[in-house]
Ligand binder design. Structure first.
Ligand SMILES: Nc1ncnc2c1ncn2[C@@H]1O[C@H](COP(=O)(O)OP(=O)(O)OP(=O)(O)O)[C@@H](O)[C@H]1O
Length: 336
């Protein structure tokens, strides 16, 4: 099946992931009923606190979940079912179709390999390119992402490059096989703000010039808002709010999203931070009701008893029974 701008590159429907529980024969749910789609040229942000299930979602997309994991639902890439791919298809999918960019590039690099050897290792060993072709393409891509003197850099070792340069090298490695989809897991978390913006601008530019899709994983709503077209907010393995980035950022409708926005510092003004009370829970600790119920200031009995489904309110998908009646009482999130 060919992909046009309008068709989904990646389509996840009703994903549920269970892992073996602490006692023999038990299981714990990590991801519950997650649906998400990414089109070519689109950047989708998956935002949530630590433990909400963001990384597990990317692992499910790569079919790299821990041993003993049980996956339900459907995951399609360009119309092909990821869950039923043969080992050969899966190898091709992981090495050519989807690339991952990690948070801490230095810890993913072998300090004993030159940048060049590190970059070409994957594409050469998968037989996709000769070493010479991979080195030439790496040098071209390095120029595209703003690394000066690429030939000299290819011969250097990771300790000779700064954090920002290494993250650009990770982007080059991700682009080398010409993937359709990039999974970027907190790609700038280890960088300072200026370098963070530069790296995100490079990713954005590449996304559009190559018409790739991107899933951008982060706990930083502001960063996600700056670089994505669509946002999905995750809590305890569930997407609680989803919609066009600008609309969701300007006018959150779920108490959790509003709480996240109110709890971060403003870059332009001194304001009192409003923390979300209580501690995040994992999917396996959630009861039959709303996953956010225990921390929500607007919780009523129905929230405790009945899990709210995502429903469309003015173009935003919101999983809250009371979304319409509480909208004016949510904490103001946007920086003034
Ligand atoms: N290998 C594992 N075995 C069992 N449980 C796991 C494993 N890895 C993660 N979990 C659990 O799965 C849940 C989701 O974890 P996940 O790593 O996806 O969260 P996250 O949102 O990516 O967090 P972070 O931002 O800290 O990376 C958490 O409750 C976590 O404890």
């Amino acid at each position: 099946m060919s992909i046009t701008d309008q068709e989904s590159l990646l389509e996840i429907k009703n994903l549920q992931v269970d892992l073996p529980g602490p006692r023999k024969g038990t299981r714990k749910t990590i991801i519950q009923d997650v649906s998400l789609s990414i089109r070519a040229g689109e950047a989708v942000g998956l935002v949530g606190e630590s433990g909400s299930g963001k990384s597990m979602t990317t692992k499910a997309i790569m079919r790299l979940l821990p041993k003993g994991a049980e996956t339900r639902g459907t995951l399609n890439y360009k119309g092909r079912q990821i869950l039923t791919m043969s080992s050969k298809e899966l190898l091709n999918y992981r090495s050519h179709e989807v690339s991952k960019i990690y948070q801490d590039s230095r810890s993913h690099m072998n300090p004993l390999l030159t940048i060049g050897d590190f970059l070409v290792e994957g594409v050469v060993s998968s037989g996709a390119m000769t070493r010479e072709a991979a080195m030439t393409k790496s040098a071209q891509l390095m120029e595209e992402v703003g690394i000066m003197s690429p030939q000299a850099r290819l011969a250097q070792y990771p300790h000779q490059l700064s954090g920002g340069q290494l993250q650009r090298i990770m982007i080059v490695m991700a682009l080398l096989p010409n993937p359709g989809l990039i999974l970027a897991d907190e790609p700038t978390a280890a960088l300072d703000m200026t370098v963070q913006s530069e790296v995100m601008a490079i990713l954005n530019e590449q996304l559009h010039s190559r018409n790739m899709g991107m899933l951008f994983i982060t706990h930083d709503l502001d960063l996600a808002a700056a670089v994505t077209d669509t946002l999905a907010v995750m809590y305890a393995g569930v997407i609680v709010e989803q919609g066009p980035t600008q609309a969701l950022y300007d006018a959150p409708r779920h108490p959790y999203t509003a709480g996240l926005l109110a709890s971060r510092p403003s870059p332009t003004e001194v304001k009192k931070l409003v923390a979300i009370p209580g501690q995040p829970i994992s999917a396996s600790e959630s009861g039959q009701g709303c996953v956010f119920e225990k921390r929500c200031a607007f919780s009523v009995e129905r929230c405790r008893l009945e899990r709210p489904a995502l429903r469309n309110i003015d173009g935003q998908m919101v999983a809250c029974h009371r979304a319409e009646e509480i909208v004016d009482r949510l904490p103001a999130g946007r920086a003034a």
